[in-house]
Write a protein that binds this ligand. Sequence first.
Ligand code: SF4
Length: 320
Amino acid sequence: MLLEVHDLKKHFPVRGGGTVRAVDGVSFAVDAGQTYALVGESGCGKTTIARQLLLLERPSAGTIRFDGQDVLTLGRTGVLAYRRQVQAVFQDPSSSLNPRLKVGMLLAEPLLAHGLGGDRAALRRRLLELLEIVGLPPGALDLYPHEFSGGQRQRIAVARALALQPRLIVLDEPTSALDVSIRAQIVNLLADIQRSFGIAYVMIAHDLALVEHFSSAVGVMYLGSMAESGPSPAVFGAPRHPYTQALLGSAPRPDPDHQPAEGLILGEIGSALNPPPGCKFHPRCPRAVPACGKDLPRLRQLAPHGDGKPVHVAACHLLV
Ligand code: SF4
């Protein structure tokens, strides 16, 4: 496995008492060249996990192993090497790209920071190569980000993420700030890049149709915990957790026969500050039984483990 996340937690005390359990014991793994998607409503903890993978936040507990190495115990040199191999593309390229730098400098910056620029001619060759990969013309090097459309700016962000030839890219809602008409182009670009360079993605997304189409495995999170996880065809084809069923049932899908269901989830998502006892989903679950308010359901394996592929698991008392 390229990336193994085990029992990751992010808890922090709040003024006035209580503890926010933003991430509460999450595990998943991503193989080289594969895409693992994290889905769930806002506030479920998926963005905190992305920040932890990028070492922008330190977990309270748990491990992150990359290529077998414990990332959280790396020294300065190890962190630099990790940062070279793990890059990110964020939701809004307007805020992730420095507006005062021309595209040439935006793309050169990571190479120069890691001492990988080479001589002037080699650097220029690499920048032109990056532009070609993302489908932008050579003239883009001399322009500023504001001189491009939103979709083109996201292409620049992708080129910048590719500059250091990473093995993993964290995609944090990579298409949600873009016009619907542009989204498919960026998704296709990311898929082509994955095929060409064997890069793994951890994708944070709201758009379930995109996740179904794009990811090899998916984790459905609820209030900081994994409700269900497994190969995307299994989770989308036969979801087992009532939350996954409700999420998929209420989402618009490309299937013309699919009618979005309403009212499957009761009320609003709860708070990660002092979450409900037992199953965190129980106040909203249409299938809750008395045990759900008392006992925390553990993740259960739903299908036999095979060939090192992701295992289908879900945490619900109904799955015995
Ligand atoms: Fe619903 Fe109970 Fe299953 Fe939680 S454990 S998802 S409340 S049935």
